[in-house]
Write a new protein. Structure first.
Length: 121
Protein backbone atom coordinates (compact mmCIF):
# COMPACT_ATOMS: atom_id res chain seq x y z
CA UNK A 1 0.00 0.00 0.00
CA UNK A 2 1.26 3.45 -0.97
CA UNK A 3 2.02 5.76 1.94
CA UNK A 4 -0.32 8.74 2.16
CA UNK A 5 0.83 12.33 1.83
CA UNK A 6 -2.10 13.38 4.02
CA UNK A 7 -2.30 11.92 7.51
CA UNK A 8 -4.99 12.84 10.04
CA UNK A 9 -3.70 14.03 13.38
CA UNK A 10 -7.13 14.20 15.04
CA UNK A 11 -10.62 12.95 14.19
CA UNK A 12 -13.56 13.88 16.39
CA UNK A 13 -17.31 14.50 16.37
CA UNK A 14 -17.95 18.11 17.43
CA UNK A 15 -21.71 17.62 16.95
CA UNK A 16 -23.82 14.48 16.53
CA UNK A 17 -24.08 15.18 12.78
CA UNK A 18 -20.52 16.39 12.02
CA UNK A 19 -17.01 14.97 11.80
CA UNK A 20 -13.91 17.14 12.14
CA UNK A 21 -10.56 16.02 10.75
CA UNK A 22 -7.27 17.80 11.42
CA UNK A 23 -4.42 16.96 9.04
CA UNK A 24 -0.64 16.79 9.37
CA UNK A 25 -0.26 19.88 7.16
CA UNK A 26 -2.17 21.96 9.75
CA UNK A 27 -5.45 22.10 7.81
CA UNK A 28 -8.75 21.21 9.46
CA UNK A 29 -12.09 20.39 7.87
CA UNK A 30 -15.60 19.69 9.08
CA UNK A 31 -17.98 17.59 6.98
CA UNK A 32 -21.46 16.29 7.68
CA UNK A 33 -21.96 12.66 8.57
CA UNK A 34 -24.52 12.55 5.76
CA UNK A 35 -21.79 13.46 3.24
CA UNK A 36 -19.45 10.89 4.80
CA UNK A 37 -22.08 8.13 4.59
CA UNK A 38 -23.20 9.10 1.08
CA UNK A 39 -19.60 8.58 -0.04
CA UNK A 40 -19.11 5.21 1.65
CA UNK A 41 -16.56 3.33 -0.47
CA UNK A 42 -17.79 -0.21 0.25
CA UNK A 43 -18.96 -2.56 -2.50
CA UNK A 44 -22.56 -2.49 -1.22
CA UNK A 45 -22.70 1.30 -1.62
CA UNK A 46 -20.44 1.95 -4.63
CA UNK A 47 -20.48 -1.34 -6.51
CA UNK A 48 -17.47 -3.46 -7.40
CA UNK A 49 -15.59 -5.09 -10.26
CA UNK A 50 -16.18 -8.84 -10.55
CA UNK A 51 -14.23 -10.77 -13.18
CA UNK A 52 -13.48 -7.53 -15.02
CA UNK A 53 -17.13 -6.42 -15.11
CA UNK A 54 -18.47 -3.45 -13.14
CA UNK A 55 -21.38 -4.49 -10.95
CA UNK A 56 -23.18 -1.46 -9.57
CA UNK A 57 -24.93 -1.11 -6.25
CA UNK A 58 -28.70 -0.53 -6.29
CA UNK A 59 -29.54 2.98 -7.56
CA UNK A 60 -32.49 3.52 -5.22
CA UNK A 61 -31.31 5.19 -2.01
CA UNK A 62 -32.88 3.71 1.09
CA UNK A 63 -33.08 5.68 4.34
CA UNK A 64 -32.66 3.66 7.48
CA UNK A 65 -32.79 5.03 11.03
CA UNK A 66 -29.27 5.68 12.30
CA UNK A 67 -27.66 5.72 8.87
CA UNK A 68 -26.17 9.18 9.51
CA UNK A 69 -25.09 8.46 13.09
CA UNK A 70 -21.69 7.00 13.93
CA UNK A 71 -21.52 4.08 16.33
CA UNK A 72 -17.73 3.53 16.12
CA UNK A 73 -14.59 4.63 14.29
CA UNK A 74 -11.76 2.11 14.15
CA UNK A 75 -8.31 2.53 12.66
CA UNK A 76 -7.20 0.21 9.88
CA UNK A 77 -3.43 0.11 9.96
CA UNK A 78 -1.74 3.40 9.17
CA UNK A 79 -3.85 4.10 6.10
CA UNK A 80 -7.58 4.27 6.89
CA UNK A 81 -10.52 4.24 9.28
CA UNK A 82 -13.51 1.94 9.25
CA UNK A 83 -16.76 3.59 10.26
CA UNK A 84 -19.56 1.70 11.98
CA UNK A 85 -22.96 3.35 11.55
CA UNK A 86 -25.85 2.99 14.00
CA UNK A 87 -27.97 1.26 11.34
CA UNK A 88 -25.48 -1.63 11.40
CA UNK A 89 -23.56 -0.76 8.22
CA UNK A 90 -19.83 -1.08 8.90
CA UNK A 91 -18.01 -2.26 5.77
CA UNK A 92 -16.76 1.10 4.48
CA UNK A 93 -13.03 1.63 4.83
CA UNK A 94 -12.10 5.28 4.25
CA UNK A 95 -8.44 5.65 3.26
CA UNK A 96 -6.58 8.82 4.18
CA UNK A 97 -6.67 9.84 0.49
CA UNK A 98 -10.43 9.38 0.28
CA UNK A 99 -11.01 11.25 3.55
CA UNK A 100 -8.85 14.12 2.34
CA UNK A 101 -10.72 14.25 -0.99
CA UNK A 102 -14.04 14.32 0.90
CA UNK A 103 -12.74 17.12 3.11
CA UNK A 104 -11.79 19.16 0.04
CA UNK A 105 -15.05 18.50 -1.81
CA UNK A 106 -17.52 18.55 1.12
CA UNK A 107 -15.76 20.58 3.83
CA UNK A 108 -17.96 23.26 5.37
CA UNK A 109 -16.85 26.83 6.03
CA UNK A 110 -17.94 28.43 9.33
CA UNK A 111 -20.70 30.25 7.41
CA UNK A 112 -21.91 27.04 5.74
CA UNK A 113 -21.88 25.29 9.11
CA UNK A 114 -24.01 28.04 10.62
CA UNK A 115 -26.56 27.76 7.78
CA UNK A 116 -26.52 23.98 8.08
CA UNK A 117 -27.13 24.17 11.85
CA UNK A 118 -30.01 26.59 11.29
CA UNK A 119 -31.59 24.26 8.71
CA UNK A 120 -31.54 21.47 11.31
CA UNK A 121 -33.48 23.59 13.85
Amino acid sequence: MKESTFIPTKIDLPESYLIRIAWSDGSEFVITLEDLRNNCPCASCKGEVIMGKQVLAPAIPVFTPGMHEIDAINSRGNYAIQVGWKDGHNTGIYTWELLHELCLSHGKSPEELQKFKQSRS
